[in-house]
Design a protein around this ligand. Sequence first.
Ligand SMILES: C[S@@+](CC[C@H](N)C(=O)[O-])C[C@H]1O[C@@H](n2cnc3c(N)ncnc32)[C@H](O)[C@@H]1O
Length: 224
Amino acid sequence: MIRILPTVVPAPAETSDGNRLGADHPIRKVTRLVAFEPGGWTAERATQVSELFDGLAPEWHARDTPGRGAPVEDALERGGLGRGLCVELGSGTGHATRVLRKRFDRLLALDISMEMLRHAPPEAGVRVRADSGCLPLRDRSVDVLVLVNMFLFPHEVDRVLGPDGVLLWVSSRGNQTPIYLEPTEVEAALPGAWEGLTAAAGRGMWCVLRRARATVERAPGTGR
Ligand SMILES: C[S@@+](CC[C@H](N)C(=O)[O-])C[C@H]1O[C@@H](n2cnc3c(N)ncnc32)[C@H](O)[C@@H]1O
């Protein structure tokens, strides 16, 4: 179950940029394939995506408009993320990495695009070029995984997150974010049962998910 928190960071007055994205948009189709179809992420697709974002990297900073960090900041405030090792997947030019740096001493920023990583500030954290479809991370080794406007690889998220680990999913333009899934879709895509919180913040939204605890506790000593 995902609980909806009240909004504390309201959306700015002009919330629409007129750019309405539908489910048939190519990047939306890839987003759904990766999240829901086994084999949806191929080597060919990885190369295409890497080249696409390499090309976009020099101008990506233009998207860092005032208030874009609101969902991550709100999630850090109210999402119960805890501390420990934080890994940001699809970190791009490091916009969210800079915000995460304020909370996490152990922070890894990972992206498939070398050009995106090159344009990220080195002081924001350790940067690694890798494909999130095949993470160079040990099983159950991560405390907090952060995905901002990024494809969801459900089995890798489940594999690398520790038993008490949390996933922070952020869409910085809400349902107008090109790489977008509803919080309930993120929950449905992940293996097993998950629960969490979600809220709108500024133009965007965030959702924090953790593995669901068993609802019925065993009585001590009864074996039942
Ligand atoms: C829409 S951009 C978002 C960048 C950044 N999180 C932001 O919000 O500014 C998606 C990012 O994910 C990266 N990406 C896409 N597929 C990836 C993959 N399989 N593994 C790692 N990074 C990936 C892209 O290179 C790009 O930097």
